[in-house]
Design a protein around this ligand. Structure first.
Ligand code: R5P
Length: 224
């Protein structure tokens, strides 16, 4: 099994290759003058092998890049790793007329790969939209083992992040709690306390995504 690093996961893919001792297959990529992407995988060998493909989906361009890679590799067996799974927050219809964005992405990927692995994906709801094997792994325990946790409490800035706070807290044998967040728009949010008593404690805030930073910023202001 060889490794292919998508454009957005070069560093991680190279680390993975180093740790596992697996060979990397190079990808040539460029942009046409109108902005369209071009890719070519490997040299002139046939691509009917087994590959670990690693590509985070941070931008829309990353999604197109992944679709091109999957098409180039369509004779192969692909174990796809998506460290950052974009569009996972729209995992249901909140209002009539909206798509389930993660379903659209999952549908375009599922029949082209054997398995998808994500890292701390936004919610467990995501798994049901993938029609291939799906697994999510967590980095929070590893992160917890690297942090000074003396006199600390772990706080999730909203209930959705409670599971991540628990992973972190369990690893370090700490208490954890969450705040109650109400979102009015992409940038307008309000945070209220749950059962939190944080006076005199060091606080470790744990969340899956920092996008505008509004959630973390509001949480910090409230906790202060
Ligand atoms: C939302 O449910 C997520 O878990 C994050 O809390 C959110 O996406 C963070 O976004 P922002 O940094 O824009 O507040």
């Amino acid at each position: 099994m060889k490794i292919i690093c998508g454009k957005s996961s070069q560093y991680l893919g190279n680390r993975l290759a180093k740790i596992t001792g697996k060979e990397i297959v190079e990808v040539e990529y460029k942009k046409f003058p109108d902005g369209e992407q071009y890719i070519k995988v490997g040299g002139d060998d046939e691509l009917n092998d087994e590959f670990i493909l690693i590509q985070s989906l941070v931008t829309d361009s990353d999604i197109v890049h992944l679709l091109l890679l999957l098409d180039a590799l369509k004779e192969s067996k692909i174990d796809l790793i998506i460290p950052y799974m974009g569009y996972a927050r729209q995992d249901r219809k909140f209002e009539i007329g909206e798509p389930i964005s993660i379903r659209a992405i999952a549908t375009s990927i599922s029949d082209k790969v054997e398995r998808v692995t994500t890292v701390d994906v936004h919610s467990s709801e995501v798994s049901k939209y993938f029609k291939c094997e799906f697994q999510n792994v967590t980095a929070f325990r590893e992160i917890a083992s690297q942090v000074d946790t003396d006199n600390s409490i772990v706080i999730a800035p909203d209930e959705g992040a409670k599971g991540y706070a628990k992973e972190f807290a369990d690893e370090s044998d700490l208490d954890y709690d969450f705040l109650v967040k109400k979102r009015y728009s992409g940038t307008d949010i309000d945070i209220k306390p749950k059962n939190v008593d944080v006076e005199g404690r060091n606080i470790i805030i744990v969340d899956d995504i920092v996008s505008t930073g509004g959630t973390v910023s509001e949480a910090i202001s409230f906790l202060k």
